[in-house]
Structure formats: C-alpha cells, structure tokens
Design a protein around this ligand. Sequence first.
Ligand code: ZN
Length: 314
Amino acid sequence: MISLVILSFTVKKNYTSASTNSFTKTINTIVIDAGHGFRCENGCRHGSTGENITEDQVSYEVSKRIVAELKKKYPSVKIIESRPTPFFVENRARAEFANKNKGDLFVSIHCNFVPKIRDVRREGTRTETKYVYVGKGKKRKKVKKTITVPVYKTYYLPNPAHGTETYVFAAHKTDDKEEIIMENGDIFENEKDDSTINNNINDPLIKQQVALWTKQFFANSVKLASMMEEEFTTLGRFSRGVKQRQKGIWVLQATAMPSILIELGFLSNSEEEAYLLSEPGQQQMAESIVKAISRYKELVEKGAPQPPVNNGKR
Ligand SMILES: [Zn+2]
C-alpha cells in the first residue's frame, strides 16, 4: 500500500544514482480482475461463449476461488476485486480501481476462444443447363447447352487450439504505461512530506525514474507470467507461453503496477471447456495461480528494502 510511496522517496533522495538494482518491494495489495461480465442493460454476456459456459462465468468463478485462497494464505495482504459481482465492469473502471487502491499486482482472468475451421471441399459434379449464343452477325443464335460443374460443400471443423497463455503489456505500449505511472502521481498524495513529487513530474530525473519503474514493471510482469505458465505445466496443462498482444491490452497498459492477463484455456475446445466448467478444474487453476503469485511474492520481497528509516532528515 505504501510501497510506491516509499519508492517515491527513493526517487527524491536517490535519483541522482537512479538504481538499476532489481525491483524489490513488499506486496501489500493484490488486485484480482475477473474478465468481462453480464450486461444487464442488454441482457447479454460480454466475452466469448462456449457450448455450455461463457468466459465471464469461468473468469468470475476462478477469480472468486483465487481470492478465497489468497485471503486464506495471506490474511494481512489486501486482496481486492475489480469485478466483485457477476456484472460487467468497464476496463477503464477496472484500471482506475487498481490504481486508486495502490495495487502492487494486477492479475486479470480470461478464457480464450477461436472460431471453427472453415473447410471447403469439392464433392463430385452436377450438370447445369445454360443458354449460350453461338455464331456472329445474322448467324448468331441462342442454343441450349448442358455443362458439368463442380460441387463444393463447406464444413466447419473443431479448431484444435488449446492450452493456457499469459499476457504481459506490449513493449511498444511502454509509453502508455509510463504515462499512467506519471498520471498516477497522486498515488503519492498521502505522503505530506513528499508534496513536491507531483510538481516534479516533468523533471527529467523523475521521468528517468518513471521509465525505470516501467522497465521493472515489465520485467516483473514477465517473471510472474513465466511462473504462471510453469505452474500450469506442472498441473499437466499445455502451455502456449508468455505473450504480448500487438494491439495492446488496455487493462495491462493502464495499471501503474506489474500486471498480467491469464487465458485459462479455450472455450472453443470441448475438452478444455469441460475442464474449466468443472469445480475441480476451476479449483486447480485457482490454486496454480495462487502458487505462482506466492513464488513471485517471495522473489520480489526477498531483500525488499525496509520502510525508510527515520534518519532525522524527513
Ligand atoms: Zn477475455
């Protein structure tokens, strides 16, 4: 909760030696973000739809299980939900919620979907009767002609795409992330001693520090994402790896903290849909996610700086 404030002190006090040491901090607030949601105004669900369950339902159920497991494991860590009910929440509101609550980590839960594969096959021939003109000038006349034409049929085949994926913000969207970190200068507003920080966001040294945070947020997001995929593999799931989406992912760009987006599996794949629909499947995924969060937490907190010592200068 106060960790970014602590870092802002580091900026002020140590910015002349902008540290490139590994980004260590205490994880005090974890934001769990259940993707999509039910839109009551038009009675439809936002997100992809499998045969028997929708993405917003799976993400909601799994998120609730993650929250329960995290609360059990870390009673002193604030575990908050950006979509606490089955209902839809706009992306902007999700990111604002995470930033306002000074999240140290943002984990968004989704499911994948791909359309069936369209396959057009030639299946025999049929005859067609046509009238065509033959000859020229006065000899030109219309004659009946029978021709043979191929017959095509379209099939939609199950798409074999399956497995888990974890996304981190796209490197080319780094500017967006920096801007958000800048805009969220008010994260520091509670620190009365450090009131100058907001006025200094154009200071090149502060800018440099923000760029460093962005880099560290990226590095830490990749670390956490890799741990997620490792846990899924341990569980026996097929991992499609850690990815970046070219078009960018708003909630990942707009959160001033390390953030990842997990695709639990493909609802277009009947086996994975059945797994994600099942209670054991949902529980296993939630537990693996919590395991990865714990490993990440341990890693970043190892050697985390203690709150600034009151050395009489503050
Ligand atoms: Zn989604």
